[in-house]
Structures are given as C-alpha cells and as structure tokens.
Ligand binder design. Sequence first.
Ligand code: XIL
Length: 342
Amino acid sequence: ETLSLKEAFSEDFLIGVAINNRVIEETDTLAVGLVAREFNSISPENVMKWGELHPAPDVYHFDLSDKYVAFGEKKNMHIIGHTLLWHSQIGSWMNEVKDSAVMSSYIENHINAVAGRYKGRIYGWDVLNEALNEDGSLRESIFLKVMGEDYIERAFSLAAKADPKAELYYNDYNMWKPEKRAGAIKLIKKLQTKGARIDGVGMQAHWSLSGPSLEDIEQSIIAYAELGLKVMITELDITVLPNPWDLEGAEISQNFEGSEIMNPFPNQLPDSVQIQLAERYENIFRLFLKHKAKIDRVTFWGVNDKVSWLNNWPIKGRTNYPLPFDRAFEPKKAYERILRLK
Ligand code: XIL
C-alpha cells in the first residue's frame, strides 16, 4: 500500500488543492474521490472571488461558496478562503468608484459580509492578492488609485475583526523575484508596524520547467519566515509550454493562432518532457522538505491536468500538463518522484 500525498507529508506540511464547481457540487465523482484521498486542504479556485460572490453593490451569491465550505467540513479539511481583495475578477461597478470614503465602505461591506459569514470555519484567508508590481512597487489597482495605500491595512484590520480566528495572508505571484520580494517585505513590515495582524505569506507557484531557480525560491522562503510569518506555497503548477513573454521578440506575443509551437503536445506529453517535469517537482519538493519548519502548506492549483487553468492561460486552447495527476486522474511520474522523497 503506497501512501497518499497528505499521508506522506503529514508531519511536514498540509497538501492542498484548488477545487472547481464540479468538485464542490460533487458532480465529478472521480475528482471528488481524488481530492478526498490525496489532499487535506482546499482552496476555492473561483467561487469566493468578489465578482462571483458580490456582482453588484447589494447582490450576493453565496450558494456555491456555502457549498464549498460545507464540502471542506464534511471531508475534514483545512479550508482556505481566496480572496477578499484582488484587483481582478471584482464586480465591474467597483471600477467606477471615484470617492475614497465610498470605496472604503464597499470594502468594509464586502469583507464583513464574506469573512463574517464564514467566521470560525475558514482556516486562513488570502486577505489581499497580487497588490505588487514586478519591481516591488504597489500596483496601481482601483483600490490604490482611489484610497491610497491605506486600503491595505484597512483590509487586514477588517478581516481580523470579521473572523478573529482565521489566519490572514498576503498572496502574490513571482514572490521569488528579489525586487518583488523586497516590495512584499516592505508591505508586510508596514502592516506589522501599524499593528495590523498578518499571519502568513502565500507564494503563488505558477512556475515552469526552467524557472525560477531553487536558490531564488529558497531565499524568499527564508526571508518571509524571518518576518515571523508562516510561508505557504500556493497555486503550484508547472507549465511545460512556452510562455509568450519567454519567447524571442515581444511582438510574437500578439497572435498565436495556428502556430504549432503554441500547442506542441496536443495528444500526449513526450516521455522526455514527462521526466523533466517529474525531476522539477522532485527538486522543488526536496527544497520544501528542507524548509518544512517554515512551510505550512503546499497547494496545487487544480486537481488534474484536464481542469488546469493553464490549458487556457496565458493562451486559450492549449493542452498543458502541469500537475501530478493526468487527464484520467492517474498519478504521473511527477507524483511518484514527489512521494519517493519520503
Ligand atoms: C484563476 C483560475 O484558476 C481560473 O479558473 C480563472 O479563470 C482565473 O483565475 N492567481 C490567482 C488565482 O490568485 O485566483 C487565479 O485563478 C490564477 C492566478
């Protein structure tokens, strides 16, 4: 009998997965079985985002997020909330707000309604998502434009009040980049200085076969832990396809239609790449184990290759293979190599 991921790493960190509607509503029974067997934490891939939950000032749709939380409780999982404040996937009306006090009250209503509704049932909230630019400066989101940087402390304080027991996180991508890391540290220290509670940092891990380097990842894990915070590896997936920004000549990034390079493996992943992917996962998990005292959770962004968002992002309609389970829910070499570390 081989162990599942959650069993193998039970003394090290939680093993999480982002779930979609078909898991939440239990219509995809194979996916539900896999989630229950392999993982002990869930994240809502979309159902708790502002635009889904709260599409107009006085309209809330809690049906699916209620089911999400109930699903996690039924399966005895650590339930993650994602995300209270993000510039993307917000209600479109938010983009029209011009007045700081109005923006502030919308944010207050939203966080109180959402975090308050699930008070005591969410293990940790991604309070703020993707608030930084690549150079470490604050992103010119609608929140920053209208309210200035006060919106950040406001969000954390509101979340702390609405659900005092939930852990509170800052979550972002490219958190391994030295300049962005410096910006994240600045943002966090400012919160800490002002006395707002923040418990952890989520490093989204939308990575590739070649980058980021293990050194950059390691330096970031160490730096965030030194702030006294828990480190979470969130949104882990490893693309095997070229990203437009990695290709020669930025102008190529406009039109990929009909270009073979944009969907090089439509039917199956060649063995050589399958092995590269497995080795990359093995190296990454070896690093995570080295820092298990600092890492609280490692969450995959999707149950298997079939439902991964990377089939449609950053280019629509490609066939990607970024996760440890294949389209038939079978474990891939990557899965074996991760487990072999234990
Ligand atoms: C993605 C979902 O996976 C997609 O289904 C959706 O269309 C767009 O959002 N960073 C995040 C996640 O914090 O919420 C995003 O999830 C992926 C990037």
